[in-house]
Design a binder for this molecule. Structure first.
Ligand code: 8X3
Length: 247
């Protein structure tokens, strides 16, 4: 059984579909029930096994209550996360930074703490963390998000060290520019023009499905193969700041 957080849209939904197609029973977690239902229905209509639970990963009581209903879990994909704003450090709202730390670091921490004990039945437990290239470099206006994603990268690496010798694979996938329906829209508080500007003129940014393919590939490697860290960018993004745009 595979649990995927942030499964109501984007990379999380695409990963849930990919894992279901690979034969996993999937449990979809997210806050929005209408969206979860839609993803669940798509998976079931395609012949897969899926259920959903409405859950905010930053709410530890709810995370614990969910975990207490789980008997066995083989795969956990910590995907829920996101950015708020693009303000320079000197102008940024500390409240936004706190929210980003909560969803990108504390959320995965809580879900991992709650589910890891339920993954010990297998000799191939897999925990995937979707970080970002923002966890491996910084950029102007990205201070709150890059700080949180660096924190999530540190959480992932620490977990791998601490579970060494146990049958866990700890996999970090760090995508760069991915054009999903909501990431940039959420970042800019629903401002579609600002969200669109992020991808303007970029030939073929990554899609949610491109990232999901990679996540499913990493999970389905043999149990002795741990994809520690995989950085994934579109061809048009040679580095965080080096983005090829067609005028
Ligand atoms: C998203 C990548 O470049 O917007 O995680 O920080 S970026």
């Amino acid at each position: 059984m595979a649990v995927i957080s942030g499964a109501s849209s984007g990379i999380g939904a695409a990963t849930a579909k990919g894992l279901a197609a690979a034969g996993y029973d999937v449990v979809l977690l997210a806050r929005r029930e209408d969206r979860l239902k839609g993803v669940r229905d798509e998976i079931v209509d395609a012949g897969g096994q899926a259920t959903y639970v409405v859950l905010d990963v930053t709410d530890n009581e709810a995370v614990q209550a969910f975990a207490s209903t789980v008997e066995r879990c083989d795969v956990l994909v910590n995907n829920a996360g996101g950015a708020i704003g693009a303000d320079p450090v000197l102008q940024a709202d500390p409240g936004d930074w706190r929210k980003m730390y909560e969803v990108n670091v504390i959320g995965p921490l809580q879900l991992t703490q709650a589910l890891a004990p339920r993954m010990r039945h297998t000799d191939d437990a897999v925990i995937v963390v979707l970080t970002s290239t923002a966890g491996h470099g910084v950029y102007e206006g990205g201070g709150g998000y890059t700080s949180a994603k660096h924190g999530e990268h540190a959480l992932t690496g620490t977990l791998r060290l601490e579970l060494s010798g146990e049958p866990f694979r700890i996999i970090e996938i760090a995508p760069g520019m991915v054009a999903t329906e909501e990431f940039s829209l959420n970042r800019f508080g629903g401002d579609q023009a600002k969200a669109d500007a992020v991808y303007a003129g970029v030939p073929d940014p990554l899609s949610a499905e491109d990232v999901a393919d990679t996540v499913v590939w990493a999970i389905t490697r043999p149990k002795h193969v741990n994809v520690d860290l995989l950085v994934l960018r579109p061809r048009a993004q040679a580095a965080q700041h080096k983005v090829h745009r067609i005028k």
